[in-house]
Design a protein around this ligand. Structure first.
Ligand code: ZN
Length: 299
């Protein structure tokens, strides 16, 4: 998934997103900073050797190429903090029903390999920690980023109390797809109506097969029509309806929900941040009628 040089570090969106949340929702939600994930946390989803290589920067040139970023201490800290945010968000969601990481969704990271700008798989790690600490938990991952959640599906493959659904562009990265429990592949140019119908059908299928207590939602906005990498054509309103559909589904299952932001690669950082903010605001709107104090946000 090579990005043009000027888009290699689309990190500005996170700063803008945080500002939007502070400006519009502070006082109504709790915003907290995340800690770095510990070594033992990282090793829940990755091999000890791989974690060691990432932390010390002892990757081969080929491994760095697959990662997509040049290695740096700062990059590793950021990746660890992103996992820490998703872990913290999971704990909040279990108490407060819904919680959002203002980063996260690094779903291409595999058990022993960085891939597609993803070093550590935050959702897979948080899922495994949840399954290991609660024998009654059943965890559903709904991955709506335009790219298949291949790393997550691969890492969670043998976990019977985890279910992975990925709805993604058929022709987009990764070109060798993993096997999720439910994969929905979309043709280039898919628009709102077809997308929402296929997602709805997928969620219905999940509900027949699996009764989740916790839902992770990768809310990547790279399905948007202005995205440079996405290949799909969802409108801003279509995206809002997608988010609302997932939230309604989780509420219908009486499950807690953790949303993570995932990808977004428009040339305008403000526009991407506004789409991510819409996901946050829609969660607030969706749960507000249930409990005004129910949202917690972690960054
Ligand atoms: Zn993506």
């Amino acid at each position: 998934m090579p990005l043009p040089q000027q888009h290699r570090f689309p990190m500005q969106k996170y700063h803008i997103l945080r500002s939007l949340v502070e400006e519009n929702l502070l006082g109504r939600v709790t915003l907290e900073s995340a800690k770095l994930a510990s070594l033992s946390d990282l090793e829940l989803g990755h091999s000890k050797e791989y974690v060691g290589k990432i932390l010390t920067g002892s990757l081969t040139r080929r491994e760095v190429q697959k990662m997509g970023f040049p290695w740096s201490d700062n990059l590793v800290s950021r990746a660890r903090q992103s996992v820490g945010a998703t872990l913290a968000a999971t704990q909040f969601a279990k108490k407060e029903t819904v919680s959002i990481s203002l980063a996260g969704g690094t779903h291409h990271a595999r058990y022993e390999q960085a891939s597609g700008f993803c070093l550590f798989n935050d959702v897979a790690i948080a899922t495994i920690r949840e399954l290991e600490t609660n024998s009654n938990s059943r965890v559903l991952v709904i991955d709506c980023d335009v790219h298949q959640g291949d790393g997550t599906s691969e890492i969670l493959l043998d976990y019977g109390r985890a279910y992975t659904l990925s709805i993604h562009s058929a022709r987009n990265f990764p070109h060798k797809k993993a096997n999720s429990d439910c994969d929905i592949e979309l043709p280039d140019g898919t628009e709102d109506v077809e997308y929402l119908e296929k997602l709805s059908n997928g969620l219905r299928k999940v509900k027949e097969a699996f009764d989740p207590s916790l839902v992770f939602f990768n809310a990547g906005v790279d399905v948007h029509e202005n995205d440079r990498l996405g290949r799909l054509k969802l409108s801003t309103e279509g995206l809002r309806q997608r988010d609302a559909m997932v939230y309604d589904f989780a509420r219908g299952c009486l499950a807690s929900l953790v949303a993570v932001m995932g990808g977004g690669y428009s040339s305008c950082a403000t526009q991407i941040a506004e789409l991510h903010y819409q996901t946050v605001a829609e969660a607030y709107r969706s749960w507000k009628s249930v409990n005004m104090d129910s949202e917690k946000l972690a960054k």
